[in-house]
Design a protein around this ligand. Structure first.
Ligand SMILES: Cc1cc2nc3c(=O)[nH]c(=O)nc-3n(C[C@H](O)[C@H](O)[C@H](O)COP(=O)(O)O)c2cc1C
Length: 214
């Protein structure tokens, strides 16, 4: 729906700009970009390690440290998590983009995705879930809660440990996004994977300039 033009006057030191934006209202859709690219590792009832791509997820609590992922019941991973009460969340690098996509278009019901991709499955020491050793870092999670929302079920995992490649750690001993070379998924509006772009400013800091003087 066309909502018309919204004129905005920006008053600057040197001149006045008139900015015109055309706004449209869209139907509800699962658009929120960018998405992370999360590779969820699980063991099946038969003990077989599996990996799937899940873009719908993110950190959801700091104490206890938790990550949430949303899965359809149709996935093998959904059933594996309910069985083992655990999962891992691996972060792929640019070099893993093809692998990341493959594990998102093939089911572990039909294929051994670790064998097909050449990734090495290593058992987590913290939870009953496999870790793909080649990924820069992986969160080891125990299932804390799950809620059926509709087609997707939200799985909340408490992060009990992180396994990381020493080469991707930054100053504070945690994974550094520029070293992990993490990738993003553009979502349904831009159905491609993207590299992380340029650094724009320090978080919790760059906005301070807009605080009114008191
Ligand atoms: C970029 C991308 C993102 C995806 N995100 C999700 C997701 O968040 N939740 C989901 O249920 N499926 C998602 N999928 C689809 C699953 O990865 C796919 O159904 C996969 O085959 C399931 O594997 P499994 O049956 O071995 O668990 C995504 C696929 C791709 C390619």
């Amino acid at each position: 729906m066309f909502l018309g033009n919204t004129p905005t006057v920006m008053d600057g030191d040197w001149s006045i700009w008139i900015v015109t934006m055309t706004r449209v209202a869209l139907e509800p859709a699962t658009v929120l970009h960018p998405h992370p690219v999360l590779l969820v590792g699980t063991y099946g009832v038969d003990g077989k390690a599996n990996l799937m791509n899940a873009a719908w997820g993110g950190i959801c609590c700091s104490k206890p440290p938790c990550v949430a992922i949303s899965l359809r019941e149709a996935t093998l991973t959904y059933h594996n998590i309910l069985h083992s009460r655990a999962f891992s969340v691996g972060i792929p690098s640019r070099e893993h983009v093809e692998i990341a996509d493959y594990v998102g278009i093939v089911s572990g019901r039909d294929r051994d995705k670790f064998a097909d991709t050449g990734l090495t499955s290593v058992r987590s020491e913290k939870v009953q879930a496999p870790i793909a050793a080649e990924l820069p870092f992986t969160l080891e999670c125990r299932l804390l809660q799950h809620h059926c929302l509709g087609l997707h079920t939200l799985f909340v995992g408490e992060i009990l440990g992180i396994v990381a490649d020493a080469d991707v750690l930054g100053d504070k001993g945690l994974p550094d996004i520029e070293k992990t070379q993490a990738i993003l998924y553009g979502g349904f509006g831009s159905n491609h994977y993207f590299a992380v772009g340029e650094k724009l400013g320090r978080a919790f800091s760059i906005g301070k300039g807009l605080k009114p003087n008191t």
